[in-house]
Write a new protein. Structure first.
Length: 90
């Protein structure tokens, strides 16, 4: 089996106070880019664990990215077939 294409997903994190933000971006073979964001909030009484905030914010950004990719594929299927299809959810 050969690889036809590869995607590179970039994630960047920032922390401000009790809030961690993640920005995700993927460049697709057609030249388009999809961007998404995710956030995590640490309760003031929780211990300071930057890695946990990154994991939660990163997972949320990747979930948004996945949702956008499914919507893009759904739109392309409809355009190629000329019919309305059921949205892709997973």
């Amino acid at each position: 089996m050969s690889t036809l294409v590869g995607w590179h997903v970039e994630l960047e994190f920032s922390e401000e106070g009790h809030r961690t933000s993640a920005a995700a971006m993927v460049r697709l073979a057609d030249g388009s880019e999809i961007r998404a964001r995710g956030y995590a909030m640490r309760h003031p009484s929780d211990p300071d664990q930057l890695q946990v905030g990154e994991e939660i914010a990163g997972a949320r950004a990747l979930m948004d990215l996945a949702s956008q990719l499914l919507q893009k594929a759904h739109t392309e299927i409809d355009a190629a077939t000329g019919r309305h299809s059921y949205p892709l959810t997973h």
